[in-house]
Ligand binder design. Structure first.
Ligand SMILES: Cc1cc2nc3c(=O)[nH]c(=O)nc-3n(C[C@H](O)[C@H](O)[C@H](O)COP(=O)(O)O)c2cc1C
Length: 191
């Protein structure tokens, strides 16, 4: 089994994290470890009218963000990739500065120190200089900072199309192939 960690934090766009869980749950050889921050629970309720129970069933293991003794808090527990979707500016800041006060930031810190793939699907608009500096620090430490901004060249028709285009790219960055989004391999001729 390939093992991955998915974290959902309290930025807008929790639908990205939910779609990531749904999509990973359809990949038979992937074991998903989930951690949801306390703030994410509020946004989940507000944006999707969902609770933790709705997400737990999409993962093999789920943890509270104060469970700092969970397996994913240790470098000795192997996982190939971690994605934080969406990733708030607070969590980005904590990761950039090594401030591991909850399980989301500790597991991300583990991913960086063990040189494992860490994808931060950040969501804020606009960015302050502090946000941009934290993106730079996280990138220099080895994370992949990905904006939660969908492409439009696939001619999306629905919100689902937009969400899938972003989540499909996150999965590829985690090393999980998928066909959630159209690949630009056959451009139409210019008029
Ligand atoms: C409805 C709602 C939407 C929010 N959207 C964002 C956002 O898009 N980006 C962000 O950085 N913070 C956003 N916040 C603020 C975060 O939830 C807040 O900074 C929180 O402390 C983040 O904690 P966490 O990273 O531990 O989940 C939002 C809060 C609420 C209630």
């Amino acid at each position: 089994m390939r093992r991955v960690v998915v974290a959902i934090t309290g930025a807008s766009g929790v639908i990205y994290g939910v779609r990531l869980l749904e999509s990973l749950s359809r990949v038979s050889d992937v074991e998903v470890h989930l951690v949801v921050s306390k703030s994410a629970l509020k946004v989940l309720k507000h944006e999707l009218d969902l609770g933790l129970d709705d997400l737990v069933k999409l993962a093999h293991k789920a943890y509270n963000d104060d469970e700092l003794d969970a397996p994913i808090a240790s470098g000795s527990f192997g996982f190939q990739a971690m994605a934080i979707a969406p990733c708030s500016m607070k969590t980005l800041s904590a990761i950039a500065h090594g401030y591991t006060s909850n399980l989301v930031t500790r597991a991300a810190d583990v991913a960086l120190k063990e040189r494992r793939r860490l994808v931060l699907l950040i969501r804020e608009a606009p960015y302050s200089l502090i946000h941009i500096r934290n993106m730079m620090l996280a990138t220099e430490a080895g994370a992949i900072v990905m904006p939660a901004s969908p492409p439009f060249y696939g001619k999306p028709r629905t919100i689902d199309d937009l969400v899938n285009a972003v989540v499909g790219r996150v999965m590829v960055l985690m090393g999980i192939e998928n066909n959630l989004y159209p690949v630009w391999d056959d451009p139409p001729p210019h008029p």
